[in-house]
Design a protein around this ligand. Structure first.
Ligand code: 13P
Length: 262
């Protein structure tokens, strides 16, 4: 295990990404938190990790404007697979890009559960993101029932293979492993469980994309990441950053998590 990770750690460790997912939270009043994150994202931290906040679509334009001159990136939380058309209420990747987004989350478990999104749909959305010049954060993760049935690796493998966009590269695609039962619950998998799933995702990526791309593609962990557990989770092999829900809403908490990379 140690021998296997040592060369990769030295030669090709991807630059970590600490990403916030605000979900359906935030109004213009919350832009002060975005500004506080941008202000706290100093050069020392910029050298260690990329920072991103995925706001609700209503805030992408103003949040991106508030971040001009800062390295803090702004992203969306979902996009339609098509560029435009008769899809009331939907938002395209092109629209997010036009508003100043540089990333978009696709296939979050809340979208998979609440909107019936299959991996086929998620793949199409990820391809739309790439077409629009956005980087796609593709989410995968097992439910509690699947974990208890010993199906975690099989479920995650199937989701990764089924959701990866055509043309995926280390630059344009990020995987986020988010166990559904760890989201918003305060529960996290053990360090050993996180290590096992992330190593297995790396292996799946190697089979799909080859060793070079797979070794440099970022694999984020998400699910109840907080300031007090971030350092331990971010130190796990093959964890290249975090996707943070609740704790990303307050600049102080988000920056305290990002500080794990200082
Ligand atoms: P929490 O950090 O609130 O558990 O949410 C995780 C998540 O779903 C991020 O996408």
């Amino acid at each position: 295990m140690i021998e296997a990770r040592f060369p990769m750690a030295i030669t090709s460790r991807p630059r970590p990404l600490v990403a916030g997912n605000w979900k359906m939270n935030g109004t213009r009043a919350s832009l002060s938190e975005i500004k506080a994150i941008a202000d706290g994202y100093d050069v020392a931290l910029q050298n260690r990790a990329a920072l991103l906040i995925c706001t609700p679509a209503t805030l992408v334009l103003t949040a991106a404007a508030a971040c001009l001159g800062s390295k803090l990136e702004i992203g969306g939380q979902d996009c339609h697979a098509k560029a435009s058309g008769a899809h009331t209420g939907d938002i395209s990747a092109e629209m997010l890009a036009d508003s100043g987004a540089s990333f978009v989350i696709v296939g979050h478990s809340e979208r998979r559960a609440d909107h019936g999104e299959t991996s086929t749909i998620v793949k199409a959305k990820a391809e739309a993101a790439l077409r629009a010049g956005l980087r796609a954060i593709v989410c995968v993760g097992e439910t509690r029932a699947e974990r208890e049935a010993g199906k975690t690796l099989a479920v995650v493998r199937r989701q990764v293979k089924g959701s990866l966009p055509e043309g995926a590269s280390r630059w344009n695609t990020i995987i986020a492993y988010e166990p559904v039962w760890a989201i918003g619950t305060g529960l996290t998998p053990t360090i050993a469980d996180v290590a096992e799933v992330h190593a297995d995702i790396r292996k799946t990526l190697r089979g799909a994309l080859g060793a070079d791309t797979a070794g440099r593609m970022r694999i984020l962990y998400g699910g109840s990441v907080k300031p007090d557990n971030a350092a331990a989770l971010m130190a796990v092999a093959n964890v290249d950053g975090a996707l943070i829900g609740g704790a990303s809403l307050k600049a102080a908490d988000f920056l305290a998590i990002a500080a794990a990379y200082r």
